[in-house]
Write a protein that binds this ligand. Sequence first.
Ligand SMILES: [Zn+2]
Ligand SMILES: [Zn+2]
Length: 175
Amino acid sequence: MPGLTLVPVGAVPAGFLSALSARIVSLFAFETVRARDPLDPSFSRDPERGQLHSTRLLEALAAACPPGDGERILGVADADLFIPILTFVFGEAQLSGPAAVLSLTRLRPEFYGLPRDDSVLLARTVKEALHELGHTYGLLHCRRPDCVMRASTNAGEVDLKPALFCRSCAAATRS
Ligand SMILES: [Zn+2]
Ligand SMILES: [Zn+2]
């Protein structure tokens, strides 16, 4: 039965990861979620930008993915991510590949000067996890407002979409 391996990238609160894995199991097709020891992200840190290069993290995560049909691996970083052409990314995934990574940094209300709210953080993180995992099933961005595969460029847009795939995107995640 395909499973998801959840990897803290650097230090991430254990309670947060177990809450995230419980939500992913209830919303996604995985039968199991396995926790892994943290991945030290220092190899991916760009000294000029002070951010982690998400594509390098994806390569390391893909190499750590257990073998087997349908296996996926998701890294969760409490640090800002980038790819060279963009200021930042909420996350990145291998299209039709096993690995995805997301950042908590810009999902935190306190990043925008608002009070800390861990339930908002968890709700956004679940959506970002489903979205990036959707890409690993070959899904591109979806225009439907009722679909988690809709593109988001800021946290407000993440809040507007549901933690659900539309019917046609959901079909792809089960194939
Ligand atoms: Zn996307
Ligand atoms: Zn969709």
